[in-house]
Design a protein. Structure first.
Length: 607
């Protein structure tokens, strides 16, 4: 087996240099990526989506490259060279065209979260010095509101034809009309965009973090950052132009942007756009999807539906028996999973073969469950600040409960290791950001002059370079004894309880100063309904108490869950479904203050 890492010592630290398992196919910038799409995949359909009548249609890679060139040329003709331009839209073909028409020669792109309220969009537009906004029709009303209060916006460019006549037609433009204008300019000899040279080290992308901390930071990324990460991802994940990928995570987030859009396009994959979370199962089948990149909550739901279907059909015992037989055969080199579990594939999608999970920890039983039926599920890890992927399991190394080795071209090390070998994970490589926008103090806190980035995540690394994240340094619970505990570890276990939809664990400080590990558990109403009637609060609490006591048996006594409260209300999360821990902690503090009691008085009760 090829070595995943090369180990060396630097200034007393063990450095793990990622080697990857596949040879890298390097690109130096995103202009090169688009040109490669057109040259290598030409008339192949690169993007599939539904028209207004619900029929599946598509665009070729040649059309994609042409649309980018035409739109970029039109933007420069409007005097927008070197300006900051935002995109606010659901995932769609036009999002990618807008993104690349900005970064490949026009200016700096500032993608925005489609779930943000108007006030926050306005705030980020001001902070990002945005002068133009691309938007889909769903945000037309918001754009009209922003026009009234923001004079710095020169143009609002709609991705579809604007039917509203009550607009300033000098400011509100149609993307399709601009593409036509750009095409005419190119035919007349305009090479302002097509012939533009890219400075690969300069900021072309400004991404605001998802806000798990109180104030989102603007991450400055270059072509070199993103291109190096696209190259590195290819050293761990093997895909080809016969694959079909379902784009469902928000494109403004760097995980979907780099992995689900740019990496897929670089290999000629057909990208299909999801109609929405509740249509995932339908879209996987109708687009013949083979690749999926998502967050753990989505894979939990998919696997849960599969197992629920097996249980309802009364075939659970037979399924478990076949899994055992299949696993024995695999040990001697016979893999019959696709035949054994044909019925499961008919339910999931016949071509689904590879899935990647990121953004949060995933229960290793889900990875094992997918593997049992023949679908490779790889857990990866990254940060917006690292463009984003740092490490991932791969076709050869896939160890559930870990994030695998660093990608080829990425170095990792541990800082301030304790006696157990745990320390803060640090990253170095071309993928590491330029810094935080107009925030040198915050940049200095995390980015050293020698190129090492402090991730804020605690980890252990074995001698093969396999990384296991133990938790966030900021969310770590330090007990009175000085021992440490991590909320994420408990939450994975709690979320396995059938009645639990999601959970939040925190270290509650009692009146005597003792730190108690407590849990807020979101109850799934569908799972506590018997014969059309909800179980009583006492029954739910009793059942949950039994599960937690059983869970506590496998946990050292000093760090067991002491108390729990219940709710039906979903936790406050980012758009990539990460818990906003500071907000949830503050919410629990307010609940206790309002009740005027210690947490033990609320144990097992709904709040």
């Amino acid at each position: 087996m090829k070595k995943a890492v090369e180990i060396s010592m630097e200034n007393g630290k063990k450095v793990f240099k990622g080697l990857g398992i596949y040879e890298p196919h390097g690109i130096s910038n995103l202009k090169e990526l688009v040109n490669g799409c057109s040259k290598n995949y030409g008339n192949k359909i690169g993007f599939k989506f539904k028209d207004k009548k619900g029929n599946i249609t598509g665009k070729s890679y040649n059309e994609f490259a042409s649309d980018i060139d035409c739109l970029g040329t039109a933007l420069i003709s409007l005097g927008l060279k070197d300006t900051h331009i935002s995109i606010l839209s659901e995932n769609r073909y036009e999002w990618g065209v807008c993104f690349l028409s900005v970064v490949n020669g026009t200016g700096v792109v500032v993608p925005l979260d489609k779930y943000l309220p108007s006030k926050e969009v306005q705030n980020l537009v001001e902070r990002g010095k945005v002068e133009v906004i691309f938007y889909s029709p769903a945000f037309h009303k918001m754009m009209k509101e922003i026009e009234l209060i923001n004079s710095q916006i020169k143009y609002f460019i709609c991705m579809e034809e604007i039917v509203d006549q009550d607009i300033n037609k000098e400011k509100f433009l149609s993307m399709q009309e601009l593409i036509k204008k750009g095409k005419a300019l190119i035919e007349a000899g305009d090479k302002s965009f097509v012939g533009c040279e890219i400075d690969s080290k300069k900021m072309y992308i400004l991404l605001f973090t998802s806000g798990t901390t109180s104030i989102s930071k603007g991450v400055m990324l270059s072509h070199s950052n993103i291109a190096s990460n696209v190259t590195s991802i290819g050293t761990a994940i093997k895909i080809n132009s016969d694959d079909v990928y379902l784009s469902l995570l928000p494109l403004h987030h760097t995980f979907e942007n780099t992995v689900g859009f740019l990496f897929m396009a670089s290999r000629g994959v057909c990208i299909a756009y999801c109609d929405g979370i509740k249509y995932i199962a339908q879209n996987i089948k109708e687009y013949n999807v083979s690749l999926l990149v998502a967050v753990p909550a989505i894979f939990d739901a998919i696997y849960g539906k599969v197992m629920e279907g097996i249980q309802k059909s009364g075939k659970e015992k037979a399924f478990k028996a076949i899994v055992k037989v299949s696993n024995v055969l695999r040990k001697v080199g016979i893999d019959l999973r696709r035949k054994f579990f044909k019925g499961v594939y008919e339910q999931l999608g016949p071509n689904l073969r590879l899935a990647v999970s990121g953004a949060a920890p995933i229960d290793k039983q889900i990875i094992i469950g997918f593997d049992n039926i023949g679908i490779v599920l790889l857990q990866g890890y990254g940060l917006t600040e690292t463009s984003p992927v740092v490490a991932a399991n791969n076709d050869i190394i896939n160890i559930p409960g870990t994030i695998g080795p660093p990608l080829g071209g990425v170095d990792v090390a541990l800082d301030s290791m304790d006696e157990t070998g745990m320390g803060e994970l640090m990253v170095r490589g071309e993928n590491v950001m330029l810094g935080y926008y107009e925030n040198p103090e915050a940049t200095e806190e995390v980015l050293a002059k020698d190129g090492w980035l402090k991730t804020g995540d605690l980890a252990v690394i074995d001698n093969d370079g396999i990384i296991k994240i133990t938790g966030r340094a900021k969310s770590m619970i330090v007990l009175t004894s000085g021992k440490k505990a991590f909320p994420e570890e408990y939450e994975v276990l709690l979320n396995n309880i059938p009645e639990v939809k999601e959970s939040f664990v925190w270290g509650n400080i009692a009146s005597d100063g003792d730190v108690e590990i407590c849990a807020k558990v979101v109850i799934d109403k569908e799972k506590i309904t018997q014969n059309g009637k909800l179980m009583s609060e006492q029954e739910i609490a009793s059942n949950l108490d039994k599960h937690i006591k059983e869970m506590n048996k496998s946990i050292p006594q000093y760090k067991i869950i002491r108390y729990f409260v219940m709710t039906y209300d979903e936790l406050v999360k980012t758009t990539t479904l990460k818990i906003k821990r500071p907000i949830e902690s503050e919410n629990m503090k307010n609940v206790l203050e309002k009740a005027g009691v210690e947490i033990r008085k609320l144990n097992g009760k709904f709040i």
